[in-house]
Design a protein around this ligand. Structure first.
Ligand SMILES: [Zn+2]
Length: 809
């Protein structure tokens, strides 16, 4: 077939990408007099594909061009010629074959195209459906609470099915008490909460201050969804302990350093020998010490700094270095050592001018055997050191540590105070530990106050007596003593320990506040070494530096040693500051896809929320502080990912409940109507209050632990029908106390291998189960303490499980 130029133009026109025809159809409309030879002008792409053609040489390409074949911008030499690609209909392909062209297979054809179009339109339809249809709103939490000076606040969290669309706006309105109109209490727009690029839910950035306790709230979405819910009271449930007793408290009157705190614990152990045991932890810390250093010069290229081999306290502080101008022409560079004094005599040229560079000083000092025994010289931050140095008089090296001599410069002996009437491993153990992060000065006071209250109230307070008699309590007041000393005496914002893993290129004196390992990132579960988010494995000066490897630090190994040595430990509390949080695992995720460590199961999550209410109500009792619902929950949900933290270590490796406090809730100013953060080291008057209220929290944790330890009550459970419609019935289970439910729907006996009732989603209620035909459900429940409903033996042969027939209309 010979084509005219016009026909060729046709071929090319019709081969325009369909998208163009979609977006500007007019462009694809042919002139009236033109008749397309092989394709309809309807815009359909009957059989058109991107075809492979092999021509013998360039002249073959030219011929195709002359024919008006629509060639792609693609030319590839192949064995028997040149491969080109053309957009052709089957008829056009055949016509070219008839002319002797080697038209081969399709690179992509209509079916690919059809698939792409189908996929695209499906996606477009889904997006349009999301945009057009009413979204479904799932209320995660709706609570009011009172905090501080009886100011009332509202907290609402709602998940929209259209929440991934950033234009979805949710608005909450609430009443001002039973029987009042929705909206009479107020209205507020919610903010869209995303994490690691993923939509979580909508919430208020801060709890909203309100004048009256609401009973109902309505949340409406810009996408049309609407839901009305009851607003419950958060916290403030009445204390279960009854009876008058002379309870004594308030045992801290100033911020304390680790040396003072250890002395206090040693004294308590001596005073209460029948109730306590002071345990030396096996790994001593590196100590409140570091190398002595001095730095010469100011311009980067001519700076030299020296670090003592010995710690400052072990002789490093006695060293001196001088850079001497010999005062003569053509002097050589020499290094002399006399006792602890190193003298570098600098080289000069014929005019008597100093010529020695920083790099030359470094090489000369490090190359002198006597000097190298005392110290190491380095250029500045990896600089080549080509700058000429200046002379400098006798300069003493110093570790620059300012703590009084009463603070030892030796490795620190960490001590844990074990409190309990029966310390033989027969009682449930609870591990309370504080100050993993050095700058969190309030936290050790929480541990000290907790220990004092337990021991000094034991004789007269029946509640304390029950706790101490029935539990085995381990209190570690300072996990990071070296860093804590440093924070108190040298650099108050120190978070990490003092161990320096930095290479010479970042170990100069100006970086001394930036060394150290973040103890709460040094553990072995969900660590940065495992690929989790929220720590640095590579930057020794990062504030979340995880150390050279998991459990590299003695402080972290001591915690692990304790929980391994005392396997009766079942609960732990890791106290940090600040912000006012109560949290539990999971505490880390991988950034890609926000892959979270396994979530706790439905029964455990329910237990945590029930415990939260009790523990946080005790915190609130002291001065009214409410820990917000939005700051209660798994670490990953309410704070951020913290790779390699200790609570995850305890939970995932040993099944120990790993709770975290952040003491220091934001303070609300009723005049400005703003919340203010308290910081790491508030004035002691505020720090004292935080220590008192969270010591309340620690005692409450012990009460919760004792309830767990002595729980012999079996849970009961029932089937709850959620929805019945023709052909489908949806149900879930409810339990008398937090408990897990194992169930079958195939008539078989339920065991621990049977399906386990899960949560519907993050911060959501129980999952629901839908059956499409009448079904017998068999199930049992088991509480956190291991009590099984009706004393059923899931591993046995008994039939005393629950049974219920679910009917379907
Ligand atoms: Zn912390």
């Amino acid at each position: 077939m010979r084509r005219t130029r016009r026909a060729g133009r046709w071929l090319a026109l019709l081969a325009l990408p369909l998208a163009l025809a979609f977006s500007a159809p007019g462009l694809a409309v042919p002139p009236d007099d033109a008749v397309p030879p092989t394709r309809s002008s309807s815009g359909e792409q009957n059989g058109v594909g991107l075809m492979r053609i092999v021509v013998a040489d360039k002249s073959g390409i030219d011929r195709l061009n002359e024919l008006g074949v629509d060639l792609a911008e693609y030319v590839k030499p192949v064995d028997n010629g040149i491969e080109v690609h053309a957009i052709l209909s089957p008829e056009e392909s055949q016509a070219l074959r008839d002319q002797g062209f080697d038209v081969q297979d399709a690179i992509s054809d209509q079916s690919d195209y059809a698939e792409n179009v189908a996929e695209r339109s499906a996606t477009m339809r889904a997006l349009a459906a999301v945009a057009a249809s009413t979204d479904t709103l799932t209320v995660l939490r709706s609570e009011w609470f009172s905090s501080l000076d009886n100011q009332l606040f509202l907290n609402i969290e709602v998940k929209s099915s259209a929440g991934t669309d950033s234009t979805t706006v949710l608005t909450a309105s609430w009443d001002s008490g039973p029987g009042t109109e929705i909206g009479s209490g107020g209205t507020a727009t919610m903010s869209r909460f995303t994490d690691a690029g993923q939509y979580m839910y909508h919430r208020f950035s801060n709890p909203v201050a309100i004048d009256a306790a609401p009973s109902k709230a309505t949340i409406t979405s810009s996408k049309g969804g609407s839901v009305t819910v009851d607003v419950a009271k958060w916290l403030g449930s009445p204390r279960k302990v009854t009876g008058e007793h002379p309870y004594v408290s308030d045992f801290v009157d100033h911020y304390m350093d680790p040396t003072e705190i250890t002395a206090r614990f040693t004294g308590l152990a001596a005073e209460f020998p029948k109730l306590t045991q002071l345990i030396d932890m096996p790994y001593q810390t590196n100590g409140y010490r570091r190398q002595a250093q001095a730095q010469f010069g100011t311009a980067s290229a001519s700076i030299v700094y020296v670090s003592s081999k010995a710690y400052g306290s072990a002789g490093g502080n006695d060293l001196t270095v001088s850079l001497v101008n010999p005062g003569a022409a053509n002097a050589p560079l020499t290094v002399g050592v006399a006792g602890t004094n190193v003298t570098v005599s600098l080289a000069t040229n014929g005019a008597g001018t100093i010529t020695t560079t920083a790099a030359q000083v470094v090489a000369a000092v490090n190359g002198n055997a006597d000097a190298a025994k005392l110290l190491t010289a380095s250029t500045y931050r990896g600089n080549a050191g080509a700058g000429v140095v200046a002379a400098a008089g006798v300069t003493r090296l110093t570790d620059n540590l300012k703590a009084p001599a009463s603070v030892s410069r030796d490795p620190f002996q960490m001590k844990v105070l074990r409190i309990g009437k029966h310390r033989d491993g027969s009682k449930v153990g609870v591990f309370l530990y504080c100050q993993e992060h050095a700058r969190e000065w309030v936290t050790p006071l929480v541990c000290v106050e907790s220990a004092e209250r337990l021991l000094r109230n034991y004789a007269k307070d029946p509640n304390t007596r029950k706790i101490v008699d029935d539990l085995d309590i381990f209190i570690l007041p300072v996990v990071n003593p070296d860093g804590a000393h440093y924070s108190m005496y040298d650099y108050n914002m120190q978070r990490r320990n003092m161990t320096n893993y930095c290479p010479a290129s970042s170990a100069d004196p100006a970086n001394r506040n930036a060394w150290g390992v973040d103890i709460n990132r040094n553990f072995s579960v969900g660590s940065v070494f495992d690929g989790y988010n929220g720590a640095s494995a590579t930057s020794c000066t990062s504030d979340t530096y995880a150390g050279p490897s998991e459990l590299s630090e003695p402080e972290a190994r001591n915690e692990v040693w304790l929980v391994d040595t005392f396997p009766n430990i079942k609960l732990s509390m890791n106290t940090h500051s600040y912000g006012g949080y109560f949290m539990w695992p999971p505490g880390a995720y991988k950034t890609a896809g926000r892959e979270v460590l396994p979530r706790v199961d439905q029964g455990t999550e329910a237990y945590f929320w029930t415990s939260s209410d009790y523990i946080l109500s005790r915190v609130q009792e002291y001065r009214g502080t409410a820990i917000w619902p939005g700051r209660t929950g798994p670490v990953t949900d309410v704070l951020y990912s913290a790779a390699g933290n200790s609570a995850d270590e305890h939970w995932y490796n040993r099944g120990i409940i790993g709770w975290d406090f952040e003491v220091g809730a934001d303070i609300y100013n009723p005049t400005t109507k703003r919340f203010t953060a308290v910081g790491f080291q508030p004035p002691f008057a505020e720090g004292h209050e935080e220590a008192m209220e969270f010591a309340n929290g620690n005692i409450a944790i012990l009460e919760v632990a004792r309830a767990y330890a002595t729980d012999k009550i079996q849970p009961t459970s029932t089937v709850q029908i959620v929805k019945q419609e023709p052909g489908a019935t949806t149900f879930t289970f409810s339990t008398s106390e937090p408990a897990n439910v194992y169930y079958t729907t195939d008539g078989s006996r339920p065991t621990y291998d049977s399906p386990k009732l899960a949560l519907a989603g993050m911060r959501e209620g129980n999952q629901t189960i839908t059956v499409n035909g009448s079904t017998t459900v068999n199930w049992f429940s088991i509480d956190i303490a291991g009590n099984v409903e009706s004393n059923y033996k899931p591993d046995g042969n008994g039939k005393n499980y629950n049974k219920q027939k679910i009917t379907v209309q």
